[in-house]
Write a protein that binds this ligand. Structure first.
Ligand SMILES: [Zn+2]
Ligand SMILES: [Zn+2]
Length: 327
């Protein structure tokens, strides 16, 4: 499907600034109407051109007419996401942020922040499984508190022994684990936290203007990562309630999952793939919070130029010193 402007026929996209469907051709807001593809999903519904569609692609751009296309069968039925955090940062906003953050990196290659390079950034919706857990945590241990005091010539030691029991029920909501093979897991973990209060019911309109993938790992396959996060948090919660003892002996502990469910959602990421001397420097920007994850490439030519200037300056100063000594 594509979204077309009722007024001019241009391709309407979701605008993070306006928080609405927007036609960049005639400036109309909320003038979008949906036009569904007929038959083959690889045929652009606007110009009829054949587009490259990868196995998991759910939203892409037609290379011939630049219309943003959403592939019906990849966002419907079993592939339909339930939730989405729409992009809060547009390309223009992200470009500005990148320039503010990296313009002082004097060793970065000259075109790292160029208009042409930054315009290659893509807004990607990354598929996620969001896990809810109802958990029972139990703990048994022995804590000791020791009190020492002196009276006259005698030192007294009082040791109090406590039997510690904890039994708590905890509900965890929306623990995320990405379901994309393409997205490195460590990068997605660094992208967090997302503000899950802004999750919206999924609508295909949000995908117009962006790229997207349907989930390419089933919930069982990524669950281990979410469960590990839950267990770490449960452990912290449990032990956060046991304080004030001089020593502690852990007798037993259990974290039992009573109920669990996984919801399918899409989260926004801007991806900037900067190539410098045969090496790729991927940058990822959280499309909701603008958190940036990536390492700036260092231009050897610039470092050398900087070093050379320093050296030249130093030589000039030395020459002056020598000149003065000789006087
Ligand atoms: Zn228009
Ligand atoms: Zn087209």
């Amino acid at each position: 499907m594509i979204f077309q402007c009722k007024n001019c026929g241009g391709n309407a996209v979701y605008s993070p600034e306006k928080k609405a469907m927007y036609c960049p051709y005639c400036d109309s807001i909320n003038s979008a109407q949906r036009r569904d593809s007929q038959g083959d999903i690889r045929i652009c519904p606007n110009c009829g051109g054949e587009i490259m569609v990868e196995e998991h692609t759910s939203a892409t751009r037609c290379p011939y007419c630049d219309n943003y296309i959403i592939l019906n069968e990849r966002v419907e039925g079993a592939n339909e996401p339930h939730l989405i955090i729409p992009f809060q940062y547009s390309l223009e906003m992200v470009k500005k942020l990148m320039r503010e953050k990296f313009s002082k990196c004097i060793f970065a290659p000259t075109d790292f922040l160029s208009e042409a390079r930054l315009n290659t950034m893509e807004g990607d919706y990354v598929p996620f499984w969001l896990y809810d857990y109802g958990v029972n945590c139990q703990y048994h241990g022995e804590g000791r508190k020791v009190r020492v005091w002196t009276s006259g010539d005698t030192e007294y030691t009082e040791t109090s022994v406590y039997d510690i029991y904890r039994d708590m029920d905890v509900d965890f909501e929306k623990i995320p684990a990405d379901a994309s093979l393409r997205m490195p897991d460590d990068v997605m973990d660094l992208m967090e936290p997302y503000q899950y209060g802004q999750l919206q019911p999924f609508q295909p309109e949000y995908l117009s203007g962006f790229f997207g993938e349907k989930y390419n790992m089933p919930p069982e396959q990524v669950e281990g990562r979410a469960k590990a996060k839950m267990e770490e948090d449960a452990n912290k919660l449990l032990h956060g309630t046991i304080t004030g003892y001089g020593s502690l002996i852990n007798r037993s502990q259990s974290i039992q999952v009573g109920s669990q469910s996984a919801d399918y959602g899409l989260l926004p990421v801007w991806v900037y793939t900067y190539q410098y001397k045969d090496q790729m420097y991927p940058f990822y920007i959280n499309g909701q919070t603008a958190k940036i994850v990536g390492k700036v490439p260092v231009s050897a030519a610039k470092v050398w130029a900087y070093g050379a200037t320093l050296w030249a300056l130093l030589t000039a100063i030395l020459a002056m010193v020598y000149g003065m000594l000789m006087m």
